[in-house]
Write a protein that binds this ligand. Structure first.
Ligand code: ATP
Ligand code: MG
Length: 348
């Protein structure tokens, strides 16, 4: 049976980088006989322009039918002033939650060719290879009630809610342990259990799940310490599992250890490893349309798709290898360029 991939190029640099990633996907399709079929639709600002909403019902239905989704990026200044409920980013949150894509994998891998671009000293980051597993459909980004209000005394007040249920924690913990099992068998769970009730449950449930993974060494760390350890000695980590907000912050922090956000792919998976794959970076409106964006994060997202949704490890390895060869050749887009390298554009 053929594998259906829905391509959502999105806004800004999205269409430019996705076009290059699709070439790689088609090449892998031929070379490895993957049997993939591609179809296209809109998400984000382009969808708002075309359908009047950032995620049309028919697009969501197509996404449900597909085995995997490749997304560029959404958003841009053009849509900054529209009704907040119709902003491009709302389309992204909706597709993630509607498809139940709770498991967000964000590798932070330092290509040795790019060591000079890291914000840390070479001896601290050489060989860095971390995987952050972030819970993506729960926690404070989705919890209710949330409110902005004016108190009786006239003072303004706002609050959010950070709920996690046992089942939400258990399923993301399992993703963390499964990933650790096929890597170096070390999992660090990051929380704030000394302060937050949700984190206390998080820690308890992670401990329970650990009983099914006696071969994986589990540790716990408070998020403030984890933020510090990531810049002090990042190589102590292999797989980190954490909640939605902590994962958002720590994965951006980790991205700077690897040089450029233009290199970092991501996967968002449901319980059956159906997934949406996208670069970690945004739509980069400042460089959109110029043909200079780095397409490697999106190309590496295709590699993750082949590995996690389609179980095509050899094809995924081949793409990662090809990225490494291009870097060996000294070819660099502006974001990763350094002295002595050749500056090239997105298509090159
Ligand atoms: P979002 O809210 O969508 O995440 P953002 O404003 O936080 O957007 P990005 O769109 O990721 O951030 O851009 C941040 C900076 O990184 C910009 O200067 C952008 O040009 C640059 N950048 C992002 N992606 C790439 C890329 N693929 N190649 C080169 N530069 C990039
Ligand atoms: Mg951003």
């Amino acid at each position: 049976m053929s594998k259906q991939i829905l391509i959502l190029p999105g806004d800004g640099i999205g269409p430019e980088i996705v076009a290059e990633a699709v070439k790689v996907l088609e090449q892998a399709n031929q070379q490895f006989g993957l049997g993939v079929e591609l179809s296209y639709d809109e998400l984000g600002g382009g969808a708002y322009d075309k359908y009047g909403v950032p995620l049309a019902d028919e697009t969501l239905e197509r996404a449900r039918q597909a085995d995997a989704i490749l997304l560029g990026a959404v958003g841009g200044p053009k849509w900054d002033t529209i009704d907040p409920a119709l902003r491009p980013e709302r389309g992204l949150l909706k597709i993630r939650s509607q498809l139940g894509l709770f498991g967000n994998l964000r590798p932070a891998l330092l290509y040795p060719q790019l060591a000079a671009a890291s914000s840390l000293k070479p001896e601290i980051v050489a060989g860095l290879d971390i995987l952050i597993v972030r819970e993506l459909t729960g926690g404070i980004y989705f919890g209710s009630p949330r409110e902005n209000r004016v108190l009786e005394n006239g003072e303004r007040q706002a609050y959010d809610t950070l709920p996690y249920s046992e089942s939400e924690i258990r399923r993301i913990a399992k993703v963390g342990f499964d990933m650790a099992r096929v890597r170096s068998k070390k999992l660090c769970s990051v929380d704030k259990a000394n302060v937050l009730a949700s984190s206390q449950l998080w820690r308890t449930v992670v401990e329970e799940v650990a009983k099914d993974y006696p071969d994986v060494e589990l540790s716990h760390m408070y998020v403030d310490n984890a933020a510090m350890q990531l810049v002090r000695a990042p190589k102590q980590f292999d797989v980190i599992v954490t909640d939605n907000m902590f994962g958002d912050i720590l994965s951006d922090e980790a991205s700077m250890l690897t040089g450029s956000i233009g290199m970092l792919p991501s996967a968002s998976l449901d319980a059956r490893n159906k997934g949406m794959y996208e670069p970690c970076h945004g739509s980069a409106p400042d460089i959109a349309g110029k043909g200079i964006a780095n397409p490697l994060a999106t190309i590496l997202s295709v590699s993750m798709m082949l590995r996690y949704t389609f179980n095509q490890g050899a094809a995924a390895d081949a793409i990662e290898q090809a990225v490494s060869v291009v870097l060996d050749q000294g070819l660099r887009t502006g974001d990763i360029w350094s002295e002595g390298c050749q500056k090239v554009g997105t298509r090159e």
